[in-house]
Ligand binder design. Structure first.
Ligand SMILES: C[S@@+](CC[C@H](N)C(=O)[O-])C[C@H]1O[C@@H](n2cnc3c(N)ncnc32)[C@H](O)[C@@H]1O
Length: 345
């Protein structure tokens, strides 16, 4: 801000000092007007910046300018650039939900974790069960358990499923891998937020073998009554069985999320079966796609076989995961995560 008079000097009350004071007032008025203009400019600039920031804020998610992606108009500006193939867009800015909506989504992820953990912890379990089933926290911390504490990935899934819904009809999302129900809630929340589409359904395939699995199933059913079905059992059996039964009536998945068995063999079977359960032109989204991992190897093979095409991956996104929750930095660890999408040919 401008100081009207130099500090330490007191002007004397002469005609010239009155003239000076009038000049100062005019200067101040001009400055005030400039400030209003500047504020407007700043507001516009910061809105633009926020659009970039919200794409950038968790880990290295890329914005148009930084990525070098060629803009095709601001609405279609690339917000999340794929790392494979480079220079392709994985999400445009107009597909990205407002920052506050993302925050609410992440808050609901915390709530879900706490509900599931508390329900489990209050149960009378043996030490063995406690150890193996308390892993919702431990494994989430290791990066293997759910996407609810990975904002970059969680918000991507949310925005991505809605971006497809905007241009294509998405009624049925199928998923292998429920665990704590985080990704299921993300899909349902994303689709349900849009009034465009009624009759949405999430068809889940999971072993349902954890003490808290029933709690999760109940939780999702309360949030989205009649919109969630769990097929308990090994996905190698349940997915083909479901496809056989439903395809007869022309029912297929529009979107399929694969996040179950993370061994090479298990992933190969799941990805192949998921592609068969999904309609032609439908979409798959796959977790744990780090470029050198075994699940990625399985995915690449299915692509090479010509079953899936239009592959888009976001790789090696760095995140920090706190042990107790997303915010607490105590014992936080750094992880690199990757995910891919593809279309069924
Ligand atoms: C990584 S977690 C899923 C996380 C969830 N998609 C999320 O992000 O919120 C993997 C889940 O797949 C289940 N699973 C592993 N192998 C399976 C199989 N062969 N059939 C069905 N479910 C399986 C596990 O029990 C676990 O619930």
């Amino acid at each position: 801000m401008v100081t009207p008079f130099p500090t330490g000097k007191h002007p004397t009350a002469t005609a010239s000092s009155c003239k000076n004071a009038a000049n100062v007032i005019i200067v101040l008025l001009i400055l005030a007007l400039l400030q209003v203009y500047n504020n407007n400019e700043l507001a516009i600039a910061s809105a633009v910046k926020e659009a970039h920031l919200r794409c950038n804020r968790d880990g290295k998610i890329f914005s148009g300018e930084e990525s070098g992606y060629e803009n095709v108009g601001s609405k279609h500006e690339c917000c999340v650039q794929c790392t494979t193939p480079r220079k392709q867009c994985c999400l445009v800015c107009s597909d990205v939900a407002p920052l506050r909506e993302h925050d609410l989504l992440m808050a609901s992820m915390e709530g879900l974790t706490h509900h599931v953990m508390e329900t489990f912890q209050s149960g009378n379990h043996t030490a063995e069960v406690k150890q193996s089933h308390g892993f919702l926290k431990e494994r989430a911390w290791e990066g293997n358990s759910h996407i609810g504490n990975r904002p970059a990935q969680a918000t991507f899934y949310y925005d991505w499923v809605r971006s497809i819904q905007r241009t294509d009809n998405v009624h049925r999302v199928c998923e292998i891998g429920m665990n704590g129900g985080h990704s299921a809630v993300i899909f349902l929340a994303g689709l349900y937020a849009s009034q465009k589409n009624s009759g949405i359904h999430l068809t889940m395939f999971d072993l349902s073998a954890f003490e808290y699995s029933k709690t999760v199933e109940k939780y999702i059913n309360v949030l989205y009554p009649g919109m969630f079905t769990l097929h308990a059992g090994n996905s190698r059996v349940t997915v083909p069985k479901w496809t056989e039964e439903y395809a007869k009536n022309g029912v297929y998945c529009d979107v399929f999320s694969v996040d179950g068995d993370h061994t090479y063999e298990g992933a190969l079977i799941d990805i192949t079966n998921a592609a068969k359960a999904t309609r032609k032109g439908g979409n798959l989204i796959l977790d744990d796609m780090n470029p050198n991992g075994v699940t990625r190897k399985a995915f690449d093979e299915v692509v090479r076989d010509g079953i899936l095409g239009d592959v888009r991956c976001v790789e090696d996104v760095e995140i920090r995961v706190g042990y107790d929750n997303r915010i607490d930095e105590t014992n936080a660890r750094e992880l690199k995560i990757s995910w891919c999408t593809a279309t069924v040919i």
